[in-house]
Design a protein around this ligand. Structure first.
Ligand code: SF4
Ligand code: FES
Length: 378
């Protein structure tokens, strides 16, 4: 970071009181049968021994509903690895939350699926690592995963629960985007997310192995557009493209401490799923503070909420209320200071070097072996 940016401290001091949050990402466990190389979980995964117990998660869901949360995304890891998943789902539904189970679909029997649905699960989001067995196994490190996912998807659709497939796209599977779209139709999904990898957690560690070439990204944009037109009324396709090749940054999580938040398996309340990488922040825990206290006044939430923390060029930028300076976690990872402009922004002095880095990494023919996610590998 330049001396100029360091010296350029903000002068605004007023941050308006935020609206209540709309969404909660509850990472109820980091245990998972898959070991995806792009996982956005932190490198230091929470072991089972530190996970919140059933009653505490239920209290968290009650507090979330009271606070105004509408959508609960029950995630992990693999949330069904928890023995109390049905009880947690039932409680979330009873307190009025719209529940989305984010799952790998591995290891869930039809009986368990029935119990989860009976408990009030509103929607299921199934991860998709590839469009065939070979790529699915190479990315997720689990033999037989593709067939299991196919069976799980069929079982969800048969039960009339809306199914979304989430395909994280990177260099290892980018050639399969058209086939993934066909598989989503075959699986009976209502929606498909073509989500290019965002580089946090394990994905950041494996960035050199995952970064796609720009021309491949451009091709997927066309492929998605064509398929959207062709499949109108059959499949909705959402797409997130890689920001390293973009001109402006994404509005990350709807703005820091603005719309959504996360709770980790051990109970830390985070403004975004990757916020723990900003190690100077003080993350309150649900064991010590209510969600309302944390949302409105927790120091990690107030740190980058609004615009008063911004430095130049964001501070005087006409887009500062559009993207809030981009992603704090990415700013830290790529510039060393979470308060800097997200360097994918064209106005950042580092913008050109980020695009060049992505181009260079994607051009390496043999980038070496990726590190699979795991409790010891981090
Ligand atoms: Fe967004 Fe900051 Fe870039 Fe303006 S300078 S577009 S506010 S990241
Ligand atoms: Fe943390 Fe973007 S992932 S602010």
């Amino acid at each position: 970071m330049s001396e100029t940016l360091l010296a350029d401290r903000p002068t605004e001091a007023v941050t308006p009181r935020p609206q209540p949050p709309l969404g909660l990402l509850a990472e109820v466990t980091h245990r998972c049968p898959l070991r995806c190389t792009y996982c956005s979980n932190p490198l230091q995964l929470d072991p089972k021994s530190v996970e919140l117990d059933t009653d505490t998660w239920k209290r968290v869901f009650s507090e979330a509903a009271e606070l105004g949360v509408i959508h609960l995304h029950m995630s992990g890891g693999e949330p069904t690895a928890r023995r109390d998943i049905v009880e947690l789902m039932r409680h979330a539904a009873e307190v009025g939350l719209y529940t989305n189970l984010i799952t790998s679909g591995i290891g869930i029997t039809e009986e368990k699926l029935d119990a989860i649905i009976d408990a009030g699960c509103d929607h299921i989001q199934l991860s998709m690592q590839g469009a065939d067995a070979a790529i699915t196994e190479a990315v997720g490190g689990n033999r037989g995963a593709f067939e299991k996912k196919h069976d799980f998807a069929r079982a969800v659709v048969e039960r009339g629960v809306p199914l979304t497939l989430n395909a994280v796209i990177h260099r290892m599977n980018i050639h399969q985007v058209p086939l993934m779209i066909e598989k989503a139709v075959e699986f009976g999904a209502k929606r498909l997310e073509i989500a290019h990898t965002q580089y946090y957690g394990w994905a950041l560690k494996n960035r050199a192995q995952l970064m796609p070439a720009r021309e491949d990204v451009d091709r997927t944009i066309e492929e998605v557009e064509t398929a959207r037109e062709r499949l109108k009324g059959t499949l909705v396709i959402d797409a997130v493209f890689p920001d390293y090749y973009a001109r402006y940054p994404k509005l990350c999580n709807g703005g820091w401490g603005t719309r959504t938040f996360s709770v980790t398996p051990s109970g830390k309340v985070l403004p975004c799923h990757a916020a723990e990488t900003i190690t100077h922040l003080d993350f309150w825990n649900v064991r010590d503070h209510s969600l309302a206290e944390t949302w409105y006044d927790g120091p990690a939430f107030t740190a980058y909420r609004g615009t008063s923390w911004m430095k130049e060029p964001c501070r005087s930028c006409e887009r500062k209320h559009v993207d809030f300076g981009g992603c704090r976690c990415q700013a830290l990872a790529l510039t060393g200071d979470a308060a800097n402009t997200d360097p994918v922004c064209i106005k950042s002095p580092l913008h050109d070097s980020i695009g060049a880095m992505a181009t260079t990494e994607s051009a390496v023919a043999e980038p070496g072996a990726a590190t699979y996610r795991g409790f010891r590998a981090g």
